[in-house]
Write a protein that binds this ligand. Structure first.
Ligand SMILES: NC(=O)c1ccc[n+]([C@@H]2O[C@H](COP(=O)([O-])OP(=O)(O)OC[C@H]3O[C@@H](n4cnc5c(N)ncnc54)[C@H](O)[C@@H]3O)[C@@H](O)[C@H]2O)c1
Length: 546
């Protein structure tokens, strides 16, 4: 924590001795040291294609999100350099690298690789490496960064041993006559693409990448250039743990270059996690061969039954502002029943938000919205009749976060429900601000239909929370809404994408999932029915034409 405080103040990091020792012992596979990356000693990355680590013609020097120093050089791969990536994908058969009938031993190989990766990640120095590397490129509190590493480790633990083989489990049905059987199998797509954003630099690439590999595909991985150093270290760890080096390609660089590879190589399927804008573009460019995890405008409804006030206020603060609101599952709008408002929920929420500090990264840089853009959006919402600033609405002070990134206090704008629903206000009220920002509104007993109509009119349905222990209320809300990951009960939250439950949107046939066996099977394999019919054949005299 001491090191974090020093960095937040723009000083050279000073480490407590035990952490220093941990950070120097990365078993030989890591090529960056998150404690040392700095303007005077920048880290660097390489592309991976056809089993070889290679540079690109030019590199992009990225600013440290905490102080603007150019601390990381990343291949700035251009469209005229994509040939090897295209060729690598094109060389993969549609039947994949393995399938239930081809090289089934590779299912076991990946069970073994997963077991070893999990064991490595359990080592304190490896956990520390990934947590600190995440913090350096996508600043978040140590607890949040460690949480990301631990979810990833547990995912690998879940798929050790025979669990990869079991992912490809099929079924059989008896046929119509002797010798005939039909069997449903999970088949790979073969060459696939995987594109992930900046906010979970380890967890999202790791969980989706492994799903792709487990099911027999060869993925080309592209992660947002600002954080792709983390995925590169993951791949180096996977190689160390026995993954064949040619099983995955990694393309660092601008998203547009990845778009060019997809156009030229035509992967059989693409999993995209990121903004709605790029998602819709890829859907058109791939002729629909995509699975999408895109924008999250996530709602929480506080029901009429007030209880556990402190806990619910704490959870509201966590959901809206942890990771500086840069979770796709972050609480974007809070529908608070007036009983909660009368009980003082909003004051407690304000008090919790006010305890967030840059020094421990409980609030920090915003990577995809500038300060100006967030404050402009705040102003726009405050112009709605009856709207008011509950707290925040100011830039962070006393920092050296570069201007390309945002730095604002945790912010909440209250908008009256009837105004929020008006056609002229609804699009602005339901715009996803990927930062420490939320809209709050209040509803009375007779206004539940209005709340549900707001949920119905939203365009994306990722996460949601129904905070109530009133079973009738909860069932009514659940029955009339669709969000893919919905928490219900007094402890309901909007955030939480662990390895033990499905996470993904609903209400869109392109919607993907992440993490669980069901998500992996859905996204990374298709159904193939094989009907075996070996005879005996009936006598010729019995054959009738029809
Ligand atoms: N639904 C989910 O599970 C989930 C998870 C995390 C983030 N998100 C969403 O991601 C968004 C935040 O990320 P962002 O705004 O940085 O996303 P973004 O769409 O700008 O970038 C995401 C990825 O797409 C790549 N990319 C950009 N243009 C491309 C192109 N033309 N072709 C191919 N790839 C391209 C980028 O390099 C990056 O790797 C938010 O909307 C958030 O809700 C969703």
């Amino acid at each position: 924590m001491f090191a974090l405080q020093a960095r937040a103040l723009g000083q050279a990091p000073v480490l407590a001795q035990p952490l220093l020792q941990l950070a120097r012992n990365y078993s030989g596979w890591a090529t960056v040291d998150p404690e040392k990356m700095s303007g005077s000693a920048p880290a660097s990355c390489r592309n991976l294609v056809g089993g070889r680590w290679v540079p690109s013609a030019s590199s992009r020097q990225l600013p440290d999100p905490m102080n603007g120093e150019q601390f990381l050089g990343v291949p700035h791969t251009q469209p005229d350099e994509i040939g090897p990536f295209v060729q690598s994908l094109r060389s993969v058969p549609k039947s994949g690298l393995h399938n239930p009938l081809k090289e089934p031993q590779r299912y076991l190989l990946y069970g073994d690789v997963s077991f070893r990766v999990a064991a490595e990640m359990r080592k304190p120095e490896v956990e520390h490496l990934f947590a600190r590397l995440i913090q350096r490129v996508a600043p978040k509190s140590l607890a949040q960064a460690l949480g990301e590493v631990r979810v990833t480790r547990k995912f690998f633990e879940n798929f050790g041993g025979d669990q990869v083989r079991f992912l490809a489990r099929g079924f059989t049905n008896p046929g119509d006559h002797p010798g005939q059987t039909s069997s449903g199998t999970r088949w790979p797509y073969g060459p696939v693409a995987l594109i992930t954003p900046f906010n979970f630099p380890l967890e999202i690439p790791a969980l989706q990448l492994m799903g792709a590999l487990y099911m027999g595909n060869k993925p080309l991985l592209h992660v947002d250039q600002r954080v792709s150093v983390v995925a590169e270290q993951l791949l180096r760890l996977l190689h160390h743990c026995g993954m064949p080096t040619s099983d995955v390609d990694l393309l660092h660089g601008p998203g547009a270059t990845m778009g060019e590879v997809i156009r030229a190589a035509e992967p059989r399927s693409t999993l995209f996690t990121g903004s709605q804008r790029v998602a819709e573009r890829l859907a058109v460019e791939t002729h629909g061969k995509v699975f999408l995890e895109d924008a999250g405008f996530d709602w929480k409804i506080l029901g009429p039954d007030v209880r556990e006030l402190d806990y619910v206020a704490w959870q509201c603060d966590q959901d809206a502002y942890a990771c500086s609101g840069q979770k796709c599952s972050a609480q974007s709008i809070l529908f608070a029943h007036s009983n909660w408002v009368s009980a003082g929920l909003l004051d407690r929420l304000a008090a919790a938000a006010s305890r967030r500090r840059l020094s421990d990264l409980t609030v920090g840089p915003v990577l995809s919205w500038t300060t100006g853009a967030i404050l402009e959006h705040t102003k726009k919402l405050l112009a709605i009749p009856g709207a008011k600033l509950l707290f925040g609405g100011k830039p962070l002070s006393g920092h050296s976060i570069p201007e390309v990134y945002g730095a604002v206090e945790p912010t909440a704008v209250f908008v009256p429900l009837d105004q929020a629903l008006k056609a002229e206000h609804f699009p602005a009220v339901t715009t996803e601000v990927f930062g420490p920002f939320q809209v709050v509104t209040e509803w009375r007993d007779d206004q539940l239909p209005l709340v549900l109509s707001a949920c119905e009119r939203m365009s994306h349905h990722l996460t949601a929370a129904v905070v109530s222990n009133d079973i009738s209320f909860v069932q009514h809300v659940l029955a009339h809404t669709v969000n893919g990951t919905t928490y219900a009960g007094i402890r309901a939250r909007t955030t939480g994408a662990p390895q033990n439950h499905w996470f993904g949107p609903a209400g869109d046939p392109r919607g993907a999932g992440i993490g669980t066996p069901e998500a992996i099977r859905l996204v990374w394999s298709c159904h193939r029915e094989i009907i075996t019919d070996f005879g005996p054949v009936p006598p010729a005299a019995s054959l009738v034409q029809s």
